[in-house]
Design a protein around this ligand. Structure first.
Ligand SMILES: NC(=O)c1ccc[n+]([C@@H]2O[C@H](COP(=O)([O-])OP(=O)(O)OC[C@H]3O[C@@H](n4cnc5c(N)ncnc54)[C@H](O)[C@@H]3O)[C@@H](O)[C@H]2O)c1
Ligand SMILES: [Zn+2]
Length: 365
């Protein structure tokens, strides 16, 4: 097992990465002394594959376990489901010392974390991420949220878990598209902070796609280390340091929103957003053609989308212009200088952005 500590002024915690580590989860949670009664929040898909292993591990360490399910999908990150869960927990929680176990991908992690942050003004929770994306990104850093009909993640908090328990064996049941989804975020970490990680991903891409446990554990652990390092310097995103984690996300979010969240998965949209960010960086003379090609080649080799085919340029630009950063007249992009080095640039001309996005809309036949 590899352990990364996310150091904070208060409430530091470990990110524990390993292969087939679920049997050890119960004992680890005992050592944290966070309660006696585990409330597992999950969905039917994840429960079917991994619920039993977690439940057994917790029970073996003397915890009581209550399981609450929400339907699969982003729709569960809603006020309706959050407050239904809170209601059920309140009824169940009588003379108990409850804590929440978020077992699932980013949707479950964000929702269960939000519930934990607000029930009784906050009860402890632990993240047990089961998607590649959740292990390298969403489970770390304490951003918890639900969506509103007008926009994603509009209600939420910074609320840190007591541990992030990433067992890469859970990823074996993911479908390939979900694996690629996480890949995009892993490549992102390489670009923003670590050329060695970028090269490692490139060299081992086949093993990663085939879900080789050792390579996966190394990559998840390295990505966790980078995210932990960034978050520990800027826990609540007030110093602008956390901004670099948004590399590829400005255009990426617009692509997701322009497709009404049905066209592309988050990681796929981020891959397209990273291509756009690299193109903008090149147009502004920040990055060499060689370095720009490096990024596009890696994304191509992994099999992430190369062209935007599921939404229109006008919709993408419209969404971006409605972004609050645009309204205040100053957009903000994380741009690349070389692999491992990025820079935050403000006030980029709409023409430059639009032509970079447009380049991705040309479909080669
Ligand atoms: N909090 C943050 O910092 C942060 C960062 C990035 C993304 N997010 C959020 O994360 C969410 C996306 O997360 P995601 O990509 O993990 O999606 P997800 O949680 O919807 O999971 C993707 C799919 O995989 C299934 N699944 C999960 N684990 C599985 C497993 N082990 N085997 C088989 N199937 C499995 C799920 O049921 C779902 O159908 C979004 O809501 C996004 O806003 C949050
Ligand atoms: Zn992301």
């Amino acid at each position: 097992m590899q352990k990364v500590t996310l150091k904070l002024k208060e409430n530091s915690y470990d990110i524990v990465v390993g292969n087939n580590t679920m049997p050890k989860l119960g004992a680890y949670l005992r050592s944290l002394n966070i309660g006696n009664d585990a409330i597992m929040i999950t969905n039917p898909v994840v429960k079917k594959f991994h619920g039993k292993a977690v439940e057994t591990s917790l029970k073996k360490s003397g915890f009581s376990v209550k399981v609450f399910e929400v339907p699969d999908g982003e729709k569960s990150k809603s006020a309706k489901h959050a407050f239904e869960l809170i209601g059920k927990i309140a009824v169940y929680d009588c003379f108990k010392r409850p804590f929440i176990v978020a077992l699932g991908g980013g949707v479950i992690g964000d929702l269960a974390g939000y519930v934990a942050s607000t029930y009784k003004r906050g009860i402890p929770y632990v993240q047990v991420p089961t998607t590649f994306l959740a292990q390298v990104d969403s489970s770390i850093g304490g951003k918890v949220a639900i969506d509103l009909p007008v926009g994603k993640n509009l209600v939420g908090a910074f609320y840190q878990p007591k541990v992030v328990w990433s067992d890469v064996a859970t990823l074996l049941t993911l479908d390939k598209r979900q694996v690629l989804n996480g890949f995009a975020e892993a490549v992102k970490y390489g670009i923003i902070k670590d050329k060695k990680l970028f090269d490692h991903i490139l060299e081992n891409k086949k093993k990663l796609i085939e879900l080789d446990a050792n390579v996966l554990a190394d990559v998840v652990s390295e990505c966790s280390r980078i995210k932990a390092e960034v978050v520990s310097k800027d826990e609540k995103e007030t110093k602008g340091i956390r901004t670099i984690l948004n590399f590829g996300h400005t255009v990426g979010h617009a692509v997701e929103a322009a497709g009404n969240y049905h066209g592309y998965h988050h990681g796929e949209a981020v891959a397209l957003g990273m291509r756009a960010a690299v193109e903008i960086s090149f147009k502004l003379g920040l990055v060499s053609q060689k370095n720009a090609d490096l990024v596009n080649d890696v994304l191509n080799e992994i099999g992430l989308p190369q062209f935007i085919q599921k939404c229109k340029l006008s919709d993408i630009m419209r969404v971006m212009k409605h972004d609050k950063k645009f309204i205040s007249g100053k957009n903000r992009f994380v741009l690349m200088q070389s692999v491992g080095k990025v820079k935050v640039v403000e006030g980029i001309s709409i023409d430059v952005i639009s032509s970079a996005v447009k380049k991705l809309m040309i479909i080669k036949r």
